[in-house]
Design a protein. Structure first.
Length: 161
């Protein structure tokens, strides 16, 4: 039986079939915040009230290649800001980040507000018909992005163990 690495040291996700390099997801550090803020600003996303404890980062041979955020909104947890550097997109890194955030969340239900419905359905999320009260304020601010895409609330329910 293979021994799992502790969360604080990074989770091995395997050798990339494309690059042959090791990809790991670990909790962000204060030193990672420059990279995170830079990428968020380039996408015109909010950089207010950020704290490194809300983020995980993906690394490839020690180089930062992506990140994701887990935010507590009221009593619920929301995944957001899943970003992978351009040259590493479409290689499964974003889904590894999302799966890590789901595993790390201290609750059974995790939410996302997105216009990428099909992508999150593939990861096990379901579109919600009713939005929890705690997410209404977040949703009203995020319902439309600058391009006018409608966003929906989706939920992932962790399987019973």
């Amino acid at each position: 039986m293979k021994k799992k690495e502790p969360k604080h040291t990074g989770i091995r996700t395997g050798i990339s079939e494309i690059t042959g390099k090791m990809v790991r997801v670990r909790h962000a550090t204060e030193a990672d915040m420059g990279f995170i803020e830079n990428k968020l600003k380039k996408r015109h996303l909010d950089t207010e009230k950020l704290h490194y404890s809300q983020f995980v980062v993906a690394t490839e041979n020690g180089k930062l290649i992506g990140f994701g955020r887990l935010i507590k909104t009221g009593r619920v947890y929301e995944i957001g800001c899943i970003i992978v550097v351009e040259e590493r997109k479409r290689r499964g890194i974003g889904s590894v980040i999302v799966k890590h955030l789901i595993d790390y969340a201290p609750v059974n239900m995790v939410y996302v507000i997105t216009d990428l419905v099909d992508y999150f359905k593939e990861l096990g999320f379901e579109e919600m018909k009713k939005t929890p009260k705690d997410l209404l304020d977040t949703l009203s601010a995020a319902c439309k992005d600058k391009q006018g895409h409608n966003k929906v609330v989706m939920v992932y329910v962790k399987p019973e163990r």
